[in-house]
Design a protein around this ligand. Structure first.
Ligand SMILES: Nc1nc2c(c(=O)[nH]1)N[C@H]1C(S)=C(S)[C@@H](COP(=O)(O)O)O[C@H]1N2
Ligand SMILES: [Mo]
Length: 437
């Protein structure tokens, strides 16, 4: 059973009470923490508590109001809406399935997966991207130069974290407990990575890329990169990889990599370097942070749940597996009295491959009805599907969705365990109550 974790208030306040005040109530009352909550922060607190607080002027900052002290809080990220925060340092937040209903994921609904601390005070005009390593002419480009020297394209592209679905593994795997929401399909505007690589000249010795970004390590150590992944040169030269400077026609959200990021759809999201500053072409597999097993790797043979696996028995995975999501209705709906059928909608995707079919079941997988797939906006976009199920009698139902890819692979009921909790493409299910007529 997947569980959704919000940040506990005490956990939040214990880490950094000032930051907690800011997150929960929008402002810090006083830097030395002896002050009192005022203005917008007070208004936010009163709203959260459901009314005016007569003695607010005596209420110490950093005090967790008793009314919500045993609760959890939706830690808010400016410009994001409805995301469930799994961690606040580094910031990691996923999107509930019903908020991913749009064909194009709005910026405010695109999940956030950070391994470190995003850069502050980004200077867009001075931002440069260097291409180095096994190239004929190492070069640097400002964002303006990228825009003027290469064709600018816009594509709807899925980015899915390799650990999406991790919460479904038992025994649990360490790391962010993503349920289903580490997936997004925004429209990205940028230039093709392929065009830029061809301009600098790819040497025949180049077999791998390495990606570097401007975020910093949680430890503060400037020598350490929080994440630096790469892909095979064949994948890098796919014309659907973008060096992107816009998301849905607007500036990229700061947490999604502004002002410049890679979007490498199909492979784990970690390949899509945010705050991109440099791409190195290497003559062997890139050795940046989180390239080596067990990161983004699974055992090369099935293992018993909970088993210890030697690093040498891991393989780095590439394309993400076929998967689907039910985005409408949201789980837990009760139908109107007398309603005996339900229309459903969602999306499906299959890494580097193509979704050919989506099916729905309301009898725990005993029988299936086929949904209709809308045409793809472009390769590597997710596909939107629509379908209908009918209910023979009142009661509790689960609706399961499963997608099939063009290689005939079908989503499983559950996936084999792996130590780091990657690649969980088990079927998505929602609960529906059908009342007595
Ligand atoms: N520089 C940098 N790029 C990064 C990351 C990071 O921590 N630092 N996280 C990666 C991971 S693991 C994922 S899944 C995607 C998530 O992209 P998003 O946060 O825009 O949804 O960004 C990738 N790019
Ligand atoms: Mo990720």
């Amino acid at each position: 059973m997947v569980k959704r974790r919000k940040l506990g208030l005490f956990e939040l306040y214990a880490k950094d009470a000032d930051a907690a005040d800011r997150q929960v109530f929008g402002r810090v009352s006083h830097p030395d923490r002896r002050g009192f909550l005022k203005g917008a922060g007070l208004t936010a607190m009163a709203t959260a508590l459901g009314g005016f607080i007569p003695f607010h002027r005596y209420m110490p900052a950093g005090l967790i109001p008793a009314a919500i002290a045993d609760g959890t809080v939706d830690f808010t990220i400016d410009g994001k809406d409805g995301l469930v925060v799994l961690n606040d340092r580094p910031v990691n937040a996923e999107t509930p399935a019903h908020l991913l209903d749009a064909d194009i994921t709005p910026i405010r609904r695109h999940f956030v997966r950070n391994n470190g601390v995003p850069p502050k005070d980004v200077n867009v005009a001075q931002w440069t991207l260097s291409i180095t390593g096994e190239v004929d002419n190492p070069m640097s480009f400002t964002i303006e130069e990228l825009k003027s020297q290469f064709e600018v394209v816009e594509l709807a592209l899925q980015i899915e974290c390799g650990g999406n679905g991790r919460a479904g593994f038992n025994p649990p795997a360490k790391g962010n407990q993503w349920t289903t929401g580490a997936i997004g399909n925004s429209k990205w505007t940028g230039v093709r990575l392929k065009d830029v690589l061809e301009k600098v000249g790819v040497k025949s010795t180049a077999v791998y890329t390495g990606h570097l970004g401007a975020d910093t390590h949680l430890s503060g150590d400037p020598e350490k990169a929080p994440l630096s992944r790469g892909v095979t040169i064949e994948k890098a030269l796919d014309p659907h990889n973008l060096i992107a400077f816009q998301q849905n026609g607007e500036d990229i959200h700061p947490m999604n990599g502004a002002p410049l990021r890679l979007v490498m759809p199909g492979w784990p999201g970690s390949c899509s370097q945010k705050w991109l500053t440099e791409i190195v072409l290497a003559d062997k597999k890139w050795n940046g942070t989180k390239m080596a097993p067990p990161s983004y790797s699974v055992p090369s043979f099935p293992v018993q749940p909970g088993a210890e696996v030697d690093d040498s028995d891991f393989e780095t995975f590439h394309s993400m597996p076929v998967k689907s999501l039910i985005t409408s209705p949201r789980s837990g709906e009760t139908l109107a009295a007398g309603q005996s059928s339900l229309r459903l909608r969602g999306h499906a995707w299959a890494g580097d491959d193509t979704v050919t079919r989506v099916e729905l079941s309301n009898d725990f997988g005993n029988s299936w009805t086929e949904a209709t797939l809308a045409p793809l906006m472009n390769p590597y976009s997710w596909a939107t599907w629509e379908g209908e199920v009918t209910f023979p009698i009142h009661g509790y139902y689960e609706i399961w969705a499963r997608a099939t890819d063009d290689k005939g692979r079908v989503q499983p009921f559950s996936v084999g365990w792996n130590p780091k909790g990657y690649l969980n493409n088990a079927m998505h299910r929602i609960a529906v109550m059908v009342p007595q007529a």
